[in-house]
Design a protein around this ligand. Structure first.
Ligand SMILES: O=C(O)CCC(=O)C(=O)O
Ligand SMILES: [Fe+2]
Length: 606
């Protein structure tokens, strides 16, 4: 990520005093241009920050197993662990109105010392937030504050999020940066941020430029969130911001206090704020708890460019076009031609990145850049078919791809030391490591193979769909067992599965399809195997291939298209494609004479 050098001088307001008319107009300007400003004389003693820092540092230094007792699968859910989309960031939440009780409930789970610092901080921040919103309302109009501060804001509630950013050892050069917390807006009325001396907070300008908000002693940063943005009919800007990490020697610590409307509150911008005419309203009245959905509706208008999509998703788009349109679009570029060719096969999971399964190469994929010294995947150019380079052969190391994520398995030797007087020659041990890569965000996660079993290199699949969860699973197949890694718990689990002897003995196609929580694989015994999580264990269903289907010379595959599992087989005479329906079983979708298919695939390649 190239370093941005531009910092912004935000106006500073003395929050202990009533604001003068000129300060109010510069406050309004800051809120509408940047959505950010600073406050001073906020009444939080330096000493309290020192205490909060050492308390937080103590909690974040606990082993991950302890912290996960408060994690996303626990009943409290106050701790957010590092995960693939934000590998350097973890946080802990302390909620009001009783900040002491909230902090205490987390502390109890960790069997830790009670503390009252969060009560003091939470209460101070709550008062401060109300004062800030009062000033902001006043800046919008003389009477707005009097009329609305009690009627609209008296049920607001707040919570503190303690953020811990871990230094990334992948940053080598002075000018390099990684994203600590990705671009976002806050779902609050206002947010008050304390950041330590390391810095890294950035706001995005209206022109799309990232500007540094440098740490400044004795001041706090305030930003407008989505809720106040909607309430002010867009007059107050809820700006996109993020945290970047540069070369860091210690953890970065910050505290964000979010002051929010109660979930049930109907947000309706007052007429005085909207001005004449109802068509000037940018949001119809909606309940605060639905803010996320409202933002989605609006964001649908700001479309993502097609080129930004992962290749799997592009193939899925092409698949929905009719054959004539696909033919025309092949002329756009070589990359499109390759993707469109891939879209003609009844599969996408893994196909594009797994050209070993195809007789003819799909493109120029061979490598992704991989810097062995830093264990960091770097993408010198954008991840595209012919520009990836890894340092190890993708065709050999790549296991699967699933909805935009790639799964790679890397092996290297380590020498086991022998005693000086031993006559044995040093032994070499192979170390296997999985990498789950998001080529779009250029982030990856390194996961060691499960320790317990000795089976060295086994085919593994990925289970991931961004619409279901931001977490993924790695599913590793062993005889009668599945090893499953969950990015949510960051642990491997092992499950025994029951399979018929003939299924077990037959060859299984090294390719999986992930669909609605299940992993599908094809066994040459004539079964499509469906593996799924039937809490508390994983189970397998053996689905017989259609009665009239034949697998000749292993010419068969499964795939997903138009949201259904498909099975295709070529018996030498015809290529037939069936669709699997959960209730009705298989139905034949199409049948082509094999000789025509060969002609078609040659035409596609040209
Ligand atoms: O860590 C920071 O400086 C800002 C954190 C932030 O933006 C947030 O927690 O929403
Ligand atoms: Fe934020």
């Amino acid at each position: 990520m190239p370093k941005s050098n531009t910092s912004i001088e935000l106006p500073v307001f003395d929050i202990s005093q009533p604001l003068s008319p000129s300060s109010l107009s510069s406050l309004l300007l800051a809120c509408s241009e940047w959505g950010f400003f600073r406050i001073t004389n906020h009444g939080v003693p330096q000493d309290l920050y020192k205490k909060l820092y050492s308390l937080s540092n103590h909690i974040f230094s606990l082993p991950i197993e302890s912290k996960l007792k408060l994690g996303p699968t626990s009943s409290l859910k106050t701790y957010t662990p590092q995960f693939i989309a934000s590998p350097f960031f973890e946080s802990l939440r302390v909620s009001g109105p009783d900040f002491f009780a909230s902090a205490q409930s987390s502390v109890d789970v960790l069997s830790d010392q009670p503390n009252s610092e969060f009560r003091e901080y939470g209460n101070l921040m709550t008062k401060l937030s109300k004062k800030i919103v009062k000033d902001v309302l006043q800046s919008l109009g003389e009477d707005l504050e009097k009329k609305y501060i009690e009627s609209e804001f008296s049920n607001c509630h707040g919570y503190v999020r303690i953020n811990n950013y871990t230094p990334s050892n992948s940053i080598k050069e002075e000018e390099e940066e990684v994203e600590g917390l990705g671009m976002h807006t806050d779902m609050s009325c206002v947010t008050i941020v304390y950041q330590d001396e390391i810095g890294g907070l950035q706001v995005r300008s209206k022109e799309g430029k990232w500007m540094d908000i440098n740490p400044c002693e004795d001041t706090l940063v305030v930003n407008i969130g989505d809720l106040l943005h909607a309430w002010s009919n867009g007059k107050l800007r809820s700006s996109k911001h993020r945290v970047v990490l540069k070369k860091m020697v210690k953890n970065r610590f910050s505290l964000a206090f979010f002051w929010c409307f109660e979930d049930e509150k109907v947000i309706s911008a007052p007429n005085e704020v909207v001005g004449e005419g109802n068509n000037l309203r940018i949001y119809k009245p909606f309940v605060a708890g639905m803010m996320g959905e409202e933002i989605c509706k609006r964001q649908k208008k700001n479309k993502t460019s097609f080129e930004e999509l992962a290749d799997d998703s592009k193939i899925d788009v092409f698949r929905r076009l009719d054959i004539k349109d696909r033919g025309k679009l092949k002329c756009v570029s070589k990359t499109w031609r390759i993707l469109i060719a891939a879209s003609c096969f009844p599969t996408y999971a893994g196909l594009l990145y797994k050209r070993e399964h195809l007789k003819k190469p799909l493109g120029q994929i061979s490598k992704i850049p991989f810097d062995n010294s830093t264990r960091r995947l770097g993408f010198y150019t954008t991840f595209s078919l012919n520009s990836v380079g890894l340092g190890f052969e993708l065709t050999r190391e790549l296991q699967e791809s699933c909805n935009g994520l790639l799964l790679l398995c890397h092996s290297h030797y380590e020498t086991i030391p022998v005693f000086a007087d031993s006559h044995d020659s040093p032994k070499r041990k192979t170390i296997y490591t999985y990498y789950v890569v998001n080529p779009l965000t250029k982030q990856f996660l390194k996961i060691a193979k499960p320790k317990r079993n000795s089976a060295s290199y086994k085919y593994a699949a990925l289970a991931y769909h961004p619409a279901e969860s931001s977490h993924f699973k790695i599913v590793r197949f062993r005889v009668n067992h599945l090893d499953i890694y969950s990015s949510q718990t960051q642990k491997w689990g092992s499950f025994r599965i029951q399979l018929k002897e003939n299924v077990l003995k037959a060859k299984w196609v090294k390719q999986s399809v992930y669909f609605q929580g299940s992993i599908y694989r094809l066994s040459m015994s004539g079964h499509v195997l469906r593996f799924f999580d039937k809490n508390p264990c994983w189970v397998v269903q053996e689905i017989e291939i259609p009665q009239t289907a034949k697998i000749v010379n292993e010419a068969a595959c499964i795939g997903l298209s138009n949201g259904q599992i498909k099975f295709a087989s070529n018996d030498g005479l015809d290529l037939k494609i069936w669709e699997l329906n959960k209730q009705q079983g298989w139905s034949l979708k199409c049948s082509f004479p094999s000789n025509k298919i060969t002609a078609l695939s040659i035409a596609m390649r040209n």
